[in-house]
Ligand binder design. Structure first.
Ligand SMILES: [Fe+2]
Length: 280
């Protein structure tokens, strides 16, 4: 079946599984489509991982570096760097001296291609390297119903055919809907997000660093707020990003309990997350 509603899990609750074809690499599966094999993974490289010529993959891949650093294809990918490699894109001369943790998004089963297998001819052009740390936040174009978040975006990719969008999204601290009430939004495409830093509270609880959701189309959500500010990577998958808003108003509360929507195989993750250590 298509990917189920997962909202939200803490990736730290999932086991690291060894990548059989790449010693020193480990994977956590955040979501997966059983029909197409499309998936979102967290990958970890051990310090010292290297290869001269890697396998080509028969799926488009977007990736974003969360921590660590590595060389690949002549670029130095460090935390905040992003790339888009279409299916069949070569990978060569990889080395990570200190290890790295990467978010990876595949649009089909990431199977390895045979050496003589041609790359698909109709794919979108690669985006070999973006360093999002060197981009400025775009705060110019927004939906007024999100003004209360004092938010900003860094667009990493918009697909030239489907208008699918990948971007970083930040909210300011001490933000909440006006008078603690607001409408819900929904979208015609799936939305997925990984919280990189800070906190973001909605009706499923407070997302913390390392939390992840996959939300199928048409599911109302929000309103949102953040105590300490937040930084997410967000994707609208398979179509353009459109916001539809409810007429009704819904209350917001920073104390919202963790009440996730999870498929049966992940139900064990629905336990309350460990309390954050109080720094004050
Ligand atoms: Fe949304």
């Amino acid at each position: 079946m298509a990917r189920p509603h997962i909202e939200f899990l803490q990736n730290q609750s999932l086991p690291w599984e060894a990548e059989p074809l790449l010693p020193g690499a480990w994977t956590r599966t955040l979501s997966r489509d059983d029909e197409t094999g499309a998936c979102t993974l967290l990958s970890r490289m051990d310090p010292g991982l290297h290869f001269e010529k890697g396998s080509r993959i028969a799926a488009d891949e977007e990736f974003y570096v969360l921590s660590g650093c590595y060389y690949l294809n002549g670029f130095e990918y460090a935390a905040g760097c992003y790339g888009y490699y279409p299916a069949g894109h070569p990978r060569a001369q990889a080395y990570s001296s200190e290890g790295a943790v990467i978010l990876r998004f595949f649009d089909a089963e990431p199977r390895l291609m045979a050496a003589d297998e041609p790359a698909p001819a109709d794919h979108a052009p690669a985006i070999p390297f973006i360093d999002a740390m060197r981009m400025l936040w775009d705060r110019s174009v927004f939906d007024y119903r999100l003004n209360h978040l004092a938010a900003g975006r860094k667009i990493l990719r918009i697909d030239p055919v489907t208008q699918q969008k990948t971007f970083l999204f930040m909210t300011a601290p001490q933000t909440h809907p006006t008078n603690w009430r607001g409408p819900k939004e929904h979208h015609p495409t799936p939305e997925e997000a990984f919280l990189i830093a800070g906190d973001l509270t909605g009706e499923y609880g407070t997302m913390r660093p390392g939390s992840y959701f996959w939300r199928p189309p048409g599911i109302p959500h929000g309103p949102y707020g953040s105590r300490g500010g937040s930084l997410c990577l967000i994707r609208f998958v398979g179509g353009a990003h459109v916001n539809h808003w409810s007429e009704s108003q819904h209350t917001f509360d920073y104390q919202q309990a963790y009440e996730p929507q999870l498929p049966p195989e992940l139900a064990a993750l629905a336990l309350p997350p460990a309390p954050l250590e109080n720094p004050f």
